[in-house]
Design a protein around this ligand. Sequence first.
Ligand code: ADP
Ligand code: MG
Length: 232
Amino acid sequence: MTAEPLTTTYTIEAEDLWRIYRTGTREVQALRGVSLRVAGGRFIALKGRSGSGKTTLLNCLGGLDRPDRGTVHIFGRNLAEMDEKDLTRWRRKEVGFIFQSFGLLPTLSAYENIELMLRIAEASRKEKKERTKELLDLVGLGKWMHHRPYELSGGQQQRVAIARALANRPKLILADEPTGELDSTTAREILTLFRTIVEREKLTVLMSSHDPLVDGYVDEILQMKDGLIISA
Ligand code: ADP
Ligand code: MG
């Protein structure tokens, strides 16, 4: 009798993803059959020129967009089986998003930007306070917690955004060109921070970038071209 094959639950399992944007009579095939598997606890770069489909892929993996064809499983859950309401709730808990332009709320302090995520998740008063402080320390911004985004440098703002993405302890972080607006010294600091987070919080970071700088920091590079992953 042969043994059943071992089934592994991947952090990300995507199969034959297609995403076609239609505007009038024009059609752009942004994803043309992307498949990938990502195991837990890794820092992975998704590289490729502008227009190669990186943002579209990240959005489909994080449930911000739906592929026209193909399936996405995150920790074994099929995103296609969730309606918009389920997906919103799922995203809040399971995935942290980080964007190039930081996306912080301008009228809130660093502390409040992070705490907001915990408030949305209905954490207790104690948990909100402790977790926010812990995250500010993790990203090295304890002293800056009462500052608003415009009083912080780009690198500091991205640190707040990283802390915010980690607030609800997701096991997957999707980061879309997180160093795209930073000088190379600051970019290196942010990449080092991602490395630390992957080790310390045992999570997976999938980060898009077209910067050669990232190569030295990641465990693996996925190369995209014209809507396909051409090397892994
Ligand atoms: P990248 O992030 O690698 O720059 P994108 O995923 O943003 O690539 O884009 C992939 C392709 O899809 C590009 O040709 C882009 O112009 C097109 N595209 C992206 N978003 C849209 C949209 N909302 N409507 C139409 N075309 C789009
Ligand atoms: Mg992009």
